[in-house]
Design a protein around this ligand. Structure first.
Ligand SMILES: Cc1ncc(C[n+]2csc(CCOP(=O)(O)OP(=O)(O)O)c2C)c(N)n1
Ligand SMILES: [Mg+2]
Length: 694
């Protein structure tokens, strides 16, 4: 016999809460069952948490999910995505397009939930930023969400210090992130927690789903440390809620968080995965597979839910969310909007900045005073040219800031102009971030700041881009203009040896869809690279910069560096623009290729040098332009790049020659390495002649 639900007007307040909680649970169960895949157990356990945060605590207006001072919610255990789809649906969050305009329809419909995990549904397998409005960041790779939330918390601190004025708390929002065992086992989670503790980010609250279950079973087989003690040691405020079904205790803990100053808060929430399932509760079986039709019925019976109902949102549920988060959020936004209007009259310049930032636009004259480097055979290192450029940009663009993973002095990313300052707990206005030796969380933190509409950068040696790669990938997936600056881009630090010499890094980053990689050939290309990157609104960029000085090319003799904006350009040409051989180079190999070119010309060989700092930008150009740079009729081609040869056949063809790396490097002075691996003008000359059969 199937249960029927009591009429909504007969319910007590507690029963109405429970009805909403069970709606989230059963929507999750039904969606997973319908999709025949997904993760039901964690939404069943965490529905009360989600309900409490969203309906009782968060300042978030479903009518405007991009209102700048909203509280942020990050579901770091992204496999529990049905929690988020339920929340976005039940609270009526409205969709916004890529230009940040409301499109007049709900972000997630019940139909999307019925089509959970199906093509084009706004309820995909994991939370996808840019695809579903109301998702604050993409999660799924465990640990990324919590690390990104640290970037959001840093951003809020910086924004508040920079823009708030007496009586004008323009920014005072909080960041809530839910995580599971996986997020806390991952190294990135520890890196991020360590930095958040150091910075005393009291606007940040992580709630740990302490269910003792991961995919392979009970955590007694893998994860027996004292997590709470670890967070105490990091300097966090650690709280415990012993029953994940206790809405009042959850709410109390969240209130303690909001009152705690000087430390982030970590709430250990003891929960039962698959709560209410007679045969699967507290087992790994509840993690990642549908419950099955029979178990679905049993669970619904346990919840006092009609057993055969599917995707049921009972009367009164939408209304209850409306009178909770709907009302509170709308009021908060209205008040903020009023506040912002009077702020605008008192501080018009600051208001303009905030608005530009929200649309990812740049202030006027953002590129004034960018350096121009005179021709100089001795030249300047890519990293030094970068450092000079960064210092100008950071003064022109107030919300451009960043730092390095402890390599600032080597990366030359330190902002040294008066007043730049260091970002620390007591100086959140500082523009120099010190990420510590935490490349992975650094990249996620950069993403978190970018999601908060700042223009941040992170930096390290190029070799360690590997340590940051999963977050760089997510930046691209999320279509974020995050900036990653990597120096020591090849064998320039010769004596450090193969552990420090990138080989496969360029091609592996070029393989990430949407990511712009740039390896500038001289100081003026570095400046042009930044000019290009700063205008990106929806694509991340990686800069690969040299450690060693590169000759600054004479741009009266050779083509201007502004050619960089087309990805590749003819730098030096054969007389009459009629080449018989094309030599393509990037970065530190450009100048030696120019030398080779001059030798070839002297021997009467008509060579052309193409500087190709960015494959991705070049591929965005018209076919006509691409053919003008690389005329299809010229088959004799050489590519020169101190990196894996993989992929260059795309530009030189199967019969072309690639001077690159097929092995790891070695420990020796750079000059010797250049000789050993073929990066010398004479060897380029020989390759060009060989291509011509001469
Ligand atoms: C970086 C990463 N590694 C592996 C996975 C695959 N994976 C998804 S969920 C999961 C188990 C997570 O356990 P826990 O965080 O405790 O989640 P619960 O089952 O308790 O919801 C794993 C290994 C992943 N999503 N991300
Ligand atoms: Mg778990």
């Amino acid at each position: 016999m199937s249960t029927t639900l009591a009429a909504v007007d007969t319910l007590t307040a507690a029963q109405l809460d429970q009805l909403c909680v069970n709606t989230i649970r059963t929507l999750s169960i039904d969606a997973v069952q319908q999709a025949k895949s997904g993760h039901p157990g964690t939404p069943m356990a965490l529905a009360p948490l989600l309900y409490t945060i969203w309906n009782r605590v968060m300042r978030f207006d479903p009518q405007n999910p991009i209102w700048p001072n909203r509280d942020r919610f990050v579901l770091s255990n992204g496999h529990a995505s049905m929690l988020l789809w339920s929340a976005l649906h039940l609270t009526g969050v409205q969709a916004v397009n890529a230009e940040y305009e409301a499109v007049g329809k709900p972000s997630v419909t019940l139909d999307d939930i019925r089509h959970f995990r199906q093509l084009d549904s706004k309820a995909p397998g994991h939370p996808e930023y840019h695809w579903v409005s109301g998702v604050e960041t993409t999660t799924g790779p465990l640990g990324q969400g919590i690390a990104t939330s640290v970037g959001m918390a840093i951003a809020e601190k910086w924004l508040a210090r920079h823009y708030n004025r007496p009586g004008f708390e323009i920014f005072d929002y909080n960041i809530y992130s839910v995580c599971g065992d996986g997020c806390l086992m991952e190294g990135i989670g520890s890196e991020a927690a360590s930095l958040a503790g150091h910075l005393g980010l009291d606007n940040l609250c992580w709630i740990y789903d302490n269910n003792h279950i991961t995919i392979e079973g009970n955590t007694r087989i893998t994860f027996t440390e004292d997590v709470a003690a670890r967070f105490l040691a990091y300097g966090w405020n650690v709280l415990r809620v012993g029953d994940a079904n206790d809405l009042e205790r959850i709410e109390q803990a969240l209130e303690v968080f909001r009152k705690t100053k000087g430390r982030p808060t970590f709430i250990v929430l003891d929960s039962h995965i698959g709560y209410g399932s007679p045969n699967k509760q507290d087992t790994a079986a509840a993690h990642g597979e549908p419950l099955g039709d029979e178990e679905c019925r049993l669970v619904k019976r346990a919840y006092g839910w009609p057993e055969d109902a599917k995707f049921l949102v009972p009367d009164g549920v939408y209304e209850h969310f409306q009178s909770g988060i709907g009302k509170r959020g709308a009021e908060a936004r209205r008040n903020w909007t009023k506040l912002f209007e009077s702020y605008r009259t008192q501080y018009p310049d600051l208001a303009v900045e905030i608005e530009l930032m929200q649309r990812r636009e740049l202030p006027t004259a953002w590129d004034r005073n960018l350096p121009v480097f005179p021709a100089d055979p001795k030249g300047i290192a890519g990293r030094d040219a970068s450092g000079k450029t960064l210092n100008v940009l950071a003064q022109n663009i107030p919300w451009f800031l960043g730092g390095s993973a402890d390599l600032g002095p080597s990366n030359k990313t330190t902002l040294t102009y008066p007043g730049a300052g260091d970002f620390q707990a007591d100086t959140p206005e500082g523009k120099n971030l010190h990420y510590g030796i935490r490349e992975h969380s650094m990249a996620a933190i950069v993403n978190g700041m970018t999601l908060s509409k700042l223009r941040p950068f992170g930096a390290s040696f190029f070799i360690f881009s590997d340590y940051a790669r999963p977050a760089i990938r997510l930046a691209s997936l999320m279509e974020l203009p995050s900036l990653f600056i990597f120096t020591h881009d090849a064998m320039g630090d010769g004596e450090d040896g193969p552990t420090h010499q990138p080989v496969e890094h360029l091609i592996s980053l070029r393989a990430i869809p949407g990511l712009i990689t740039i390896r500038p050939g001289d100081a003026n290309e570095v400046v042009e690279a930044y000019r290009f990157v700063m205008r990106l609104r929806h694509q991340p960029a990686v800069m690969a910069l040299s450690r060693q000085p590169l000759p600054t090319l004479d741009r009266n003799k050779y083509a201007p560096a502004s050619g960089l904006s087309q990805g590749a350009y003819v730098l030096a040409d054969a007389p009459g623009g009629n080449p018989e051989v094309i030599i393509i180079a990037t970065g530190s190999e450009v100048s030696l290729t120019v030398e080779a070119h001059e030798k070839l010309l002297a021997e009467g060989i008509r060579s052309r040098v193409v500087s190709m700092p960015s494959w991705e930008i070049f591929e965005q150009q018209s076919q006509a332009y691409q053919d003008s740079v690389l005329p299809p009729s010229v088959k004799a081609r050489v590519a020169v790049e101190q990196a894996s040869t993989l992929g260059w056949e795309r530009y030189v063809g199967r019969s072309g020659r690639v001077i690159g790396m097929k092995t790891f490097g070695a420990s020796a002075p750079l000059k010797e390495l250049q000789r050993k691996y073929g990066f010398e003008p004479d060897q380029v000359v020989a390759a060009a002649k060989q291509q011509l059969g001469k």
